[in-house]
Design a protein around this ligand. Structure first.
Ligand SMILES: [Zn+2]
Length: 393
C-alpha cells in the first residue's frame, strides 16, 4: 500500500517537475525577449509588437459564374474579383498600412565580398515569395497603389514590389532558338515561375531606372526598347531613378534638379515613345537639403520635356499609409528593404511578424469601395475617395 502510494507520488513528481521547469524556462525566455525588444530602436512609427494573427482567409467567396462571363477584358477583370460583404466575419480594414518593398540586386549565390544588405539570392527570393503568399499578401501595381484601386481578393493584404537601379539580376532577356525569353535566373523569371503555381499572388512591380547607363539597364539580350516592352507586356511598370543616380543634397538649384529628372524622362521617351514616369525613387532615399527645392522633385520640365511624379519613394523604414489616408504623403512614401545577406533592423524579415492584421490594410476585394471598421473611419481623407464608396461597419 505504502509502496504504491510512494510510486504514485514518484510518478506525479516525474510529470510535475518537467512542467514547472518548462514554465520557468518560458518565463525566462519571455523576459529575455522583452529585454531585446526594449533595446531595438523603433522606426519613426511605433511597431505593434504582438504575435501575428493568421491572415484572414476568405471562407465564402463570391465566385464568378463562368457561364455569364462577358467578352470584354474590363468585365473579365471584374469577374476575377473575389468580393465579400460579410465584414464582421473577416474584418476588412482599408485604412491599414500597405508595405512597399525595396529590392536592389539578385544573384545566384553569395560571394565572400557580396554586400551585406542589398543583395538577395534567387533561392531566397523564391522562398520569400512563398512566405509572403502564405502570410496573405498579394501584389498590386504602383498605379493602383497611387489610386488606391485595390482589387486583391477579400481578406488578403496588398503589397507593392519596387526594384531600384535596373540591375540584370532583377530582369534580363536571353536568346533561345532565335527568340527572346525572360531569363529564369532573374527576379522576374522567379516571379513568373511562382505565378504559374499561384496566379493570384500577382505579377506586379515597378522598376526604377537611370537612363544614363543606357544599355547596361537590365543588361542582356535584346535592345533596351525590347526589354522595356517585355516588362510592360508582363504587367510590370517603369519609374524614374534620375539621370546619373544623383545625390539630391548635392544639387543646389531647381534647374539642376529639373535636368536630372527631365533628362531621364526625355531619354526614356526616346527609347520607348509614350513611356511616362509617374513615380520616382530617390537615389539613396535623399531629398535636397533645401526644402524650397522639394516641389521640383515632383513636377518640372527640362528641354521641353515635362515630368510629374505622383509618388516619390524614400528608403526605409515603415509600411506605408494607403493613399486615401489622411496621414499619406505621396511626396515621400516609406519603403521597407528586403532582407539581404545579413538581416538588419527594420528590414522585411524584421517587419513581417510586426505587420499584424490589426495594423495592415485588409481588402474587401472591391476596388470601388473603401471598407473600414467604424473606429478607424476618421483616418480616411474623404476628399481623396475619387468616387469610391466609403463603407464603415
Ligand atoms: Zn539606386
Amino acid at each position: 500500500m505504502r509502496k504504491q502510494t510512494r510510486k504514485k507520488k514518484n510518478n506525479l513528481m516525474l510529470i510535475v517537475i518537467p512542467v514547472i521547469l518548462c514554465i520557468i524556462a518560458l518565463a525566462l525566455f519571455q523576459m529575455l525577449n522583452k529585454k531585446d525588444d526594449q533595446n531595438i530602436p523603433l522606426p519613426s512609427e511605433t511597431a505593434t509588437i504582438t504575435p501575428t494573427e493568421s491572415p484572414a482567409v476568405p471562407e465564402e467567396t463570391v465566385e464568378p459564374d463562368p457561364s455569364e462571363a462577358p467578352e470584354n477584358s474590363e468585365a473579365d477583370e471584374k469577374d476575377k474579383l473575389i468580393i465579400r460583404t460579410d465584414y464582421e466575419a473577416f474584418k476588412p480594414n482599408e485604412s491599414g498600412d500597405i508595405p512597399v518593398i525595396m529590392f536592389h540586386r539578385f544573384i545566384e549565390a553569395y560571394e565572400p565580398d557580396t554586400d551585406k544588405e542589398f543583395t538577395t539570392t534567387f533561392e531566397e527570393f523564391e522562398a520569400l515569395l512563398q512566405t509572403l503568399y502564405d502570410e496573405g499578401y498579394r501584389l498590386i501595381s504602383m498605379k493602383d497603389f497611387i489610386d488606391c484601386n485595390i482589387s486583391v481578393p477579400a481578406g488578403t493584404k496588398p503589397m507593392v514590389f519596387t526594384f531600384d537601379d535596373g540591375t540584370p539580376g532583377q530582369f534580363n532577356l536571353i536568346e533561345e532558338n532565335g527568340e527572346l525569353k525572360v531569363n529564369p535566373k532573374s527576379a522576374v523569371g522567379v516571379m513568373m515561375k511562382f505565378n504559374e503555381k499561384h496566379p493570384d499572388f500577382g505579377l506586379k512591380g515597378i522598376f526604377y531606372i537611370n537612363m544614363d547607363i543606357g544599355d547596361n539597364t537590365f543588361k542582356g539580350a535584346g535592345t533596351l526598347r525590347q526589354r522595356f516592352e517585355q516588362l510592360q507586356a508582363l504587367g510590370f511598370e517603369l519609374g524614374s531613378h534620375t539621370w546619373g543616380h544623383v545625390k539630391f543634397p548635392e544639387l543646389k538649384s531647381v534647374a539642376q534638379i529639373e535636368e536630372s529628372l527631365g533628362k531621364n524622362q526625355e531619354k526614356a521617351e526616346e527609347v520607348l515613345p509614350g513611356l511616362k514616369f509617374y513615380s520616382l525613387a530617390l537615389p539613396h532615399g535623399l531629398r535636397p537639403s533645401d526644402k524650397s527645392l522639394w516641389p521640383a522633385i515632383v513636377k518640372g520640365s527640362y528641354n521641353g520635356t515635362e515630368y510629374h511624379h505622383q509618388t516619390v519613394m524614400a528608403v526605409g523604414a515603415n509600411p506605408s499609409k494607403p493613399s486615401i489616408s489622411k496621414e499619406y504623403n505621396g511626396e515621400y512614401v516609406a519603403r521597407i528593404r528586403a532582407q539581404g545577406r545579413v538581416p538588419v533592423e527594420c528590414d522585411l524579415t524584421w517587419w513581417l511578424p510586426k505587420m499584424t492584421d490589426e495594423r495592415m490594410f485588409i481588402s474587401d476585394g472591391d476596388p470601388n469601395t473603401i471598407v473600414v471598421p467604424e473606429k478607424h473611419s476618421g483616418k480616411i481623407d474623404t476628399a481623396k475617395l475619387n468616387g469610391k464608396n466609403l463603407i464603415t461597419y
